[in-house]
Structure formats: C-alpha cells, structure tokens
Design a protein around this ligand. Structure first.
Ligand code: GTP
Ligand code: MG
Length: 285
C-alpha cells in the first residue's frame, strides 16, 4: 500500500492534467475589467482599437449600436457561468429535422463557411464552462452535424456544419430546413472570416437569410490574424453589404477573436439580450 501511494498520486495528477481545461485569463469580463482601461476596452469593444484608423467621413454610429454597460456585461457573464442550478451542457446532435430536440426556450445558431471559426467561437463563448466540449479543427468540414447546447433554462445554442467546402449537401439537407422551420430560433449569427473578408459563398448565405426573412447578425472572425490596415477594408465591405443588400441583418457587424477573446464578452451580452435574458441599463439594439 505504502509503495503504491506515490504512484497513485502521480496517476491522479496526470489524470487531472488530462481532464483539467484551465480557463483563460481573458475569458472572464471580471478579469478583463481589471486591465488598464485602454486595454480592456480594446478586448471588450474591438472596434475601439480600429476607430483611430478610420477615415473621418465614415459614420461610427453603426459600429456601436449595441454598447452595453459594465453591469450588463457582468449580468451576461453570470448567464454563461455554470452552477449546480444553472447547468451548461452539450445536449444532442442531429442530421435531420425530425432529430432536432424539442425546446421551448429561445435558440440562436451559428452558420458560416467551413473553417471560418464557428466551433472555436462557441468554445470561447462557453470558456467559463470548460467541461463543455466543443470540437474544433484546422481541417475544413469538421462539424458534420447540428450540435445543440443548453444554457440552463435560459436558451439553447446550435453549432452548424459549414458551407462552401465539400459539404454543400449537408448544408442544403439539414441547415436550410432548420433555418426555415425552427420556430424558437431568435437570431442567426452569420460568420465571415475577418482575415479574408466576405467571399462569394458568404454572399449566397446573405441572400439565403434574406430570402428566409431571418433576423441575423454578421460576425467577423479571426481578427487577431490581420493588421488593422487589412481588417478595416473587410469590415467596411461588410458594413456596405449590410447597408445596401440586407433588410433583416442587424446594422452592426461584430468583431471577434476566439484566441484573444476580443469581442467575446460583447457577443455573450448580445446573445443574453436577444434571448430575452438581459434587463438592459443603457443598451439599444
Ligand atoms: N488565429 C485564429 N484562429 C482561429 C480563430 N477561430 C478559429 N481559428 C482556427 O480556425 C480553424 C477552424 O476553426 P473551427 O472553429 O473548427 O471552424 P468551423 O467554422 O467550426 O469549421 P467547420 O466545422 O469545418 O465548418 C482552427 O484551426 C481554429 O484554431 C481565431 O479567432 N483566431
Ligand atoms: Mg465546426
């Protein structure tokens, strides 16, 4: 027994290291808000870091329509923090509409080209619940099913297979029927890769959302990968697209980096708001 104890301890430590997914220091708004003001504003409101590079003629209003207070951001953080009474978990996967779970709560879903960063963004949204497993991969076409997650009794969230790479059939067969028929779907998040800007397949997705009359939001991902000089023209392209070709898209494009947590706290707060879980102080939408 005596001989085994150190080995057991070692085994236990190795197991712990394998199972423990540590929470990133920037994952929590509470932690981020302790940073110097300029730094935390840059993480929470990524547009603030770009603003200085913008031409004076560009209207900044559209980029800051949803501008929650610190209290709102803290409220949203509580919703994304699990507890014994508020469980956050993966519930099920579906490949057909008759397999999707019946849920009364509001639902949000994430769509976009394969590899744009949908699963990574969902993983970072759920980073305060590290036991929730969201699989990501650098190989496009990784997510093959509609994956459902539940956030307590508040709302559910769906990670979708991507379009544009090897998986057009999956998208047509499962995602389009879902988007058309899902009654509790309150907002669709259409992700566009910020490092390359909107592509042909993204324009097709915009047309589809318009045709279905879906309330949706455009989110630019991977903003850590490019300099402001590259990101800004892509952002302006998206803003122009929203202004000139959409009726159902929210006027403000969101900016996120799942690796640096930029824009993730703001998006948590927006999701909290659109699912009816935020009594707002000073926000508009
Ligand atoms: N630098 C950087 N890389 C990112 C970011 N988000 C995702 N990635 C990388 O992009 C690749 C694809 O990420 P996923 O989250 O699996 O993309 P997806 O949209 O879910 O892809 P499919 O499931 O194939 O449709 C992975 O290698 C990620 O690490 C980001 O914000 N910054
Ligand atoms: Mg995925």
């Amino acid at each position: 027994m005596f001989l085994w104890q150190p080995r057991l301890l070692l085994h236990y430590r190795i197991q712990q290291q394998l199972t423990c997914r540590c929470v990133h220091s920037l994952a929590s708004f509470q932690q981020v808000s302790r940073l110097p003001e300029r730094k935390w504003r840059g993480v929470v409101f990524p547009f603030s870091s770009l603003e200085g590079h913008l031409d004076r003629s560009v209207d900044r209003g559209d980029f800051q329509l949803f501008h929650p207070s610190e209290e709102d951001l803290q409220r949203a953080e509580r919703l994304f923090t699990p507890s014994a009474k508020h469980v956050i978990l993966y519930t099920s996967s579906a490949v057909r509409m008759d397999h999707v779970p019946e849920i009364q709560q509001p639902e949000v879903c994430f769509i976009g080209r394969s590899n744009v960063g949908k699963s990574s963004l969902i993983r970072s949204l759920f980073s305060l619940a590290p036991e929730v497993e969201v699989r990501v991969s650098k190989t496009p076409g990784h997510t093959k099913k509609m994956n459902f997650f539940r956030v307590g009794q508040a709302f559910s969230l769906v990670d979708m297979p991507g379009y544009g790479h090897k998986a057009p059939r999956d998208f047509v067969d499962m995602v389009e029927p879902y988007l058309q028929a899902r009654e509790n779907l309150v907002r669709t998040f259409l992700l566009v890769d910020g490092s390359v800007g909107p592509q042909r397949a993204d324009l097709v997705a915009v047309e589809m959302c318009e045709e279905f009359g879906l309330p949706y939001v455009m989110v630019m991902t991977k903003i850590d990968k490019v300099r402001p000089g590259i990101l800004l023209p892509h952002l302006l392209q998206v803003q122009n697209l929203i202004k000139t070709q959409t009726k159902y898209c929210f006027a403000q494009p969101f900016l996120v980096s799942s690796t640096q947590f930029s824009g993730v706290h703001l998006l948590r707060c927006f999701i909290t708001h659109v699912t009816g879980n935020l009594q707002m102080d000073s926000t508009t939408s």
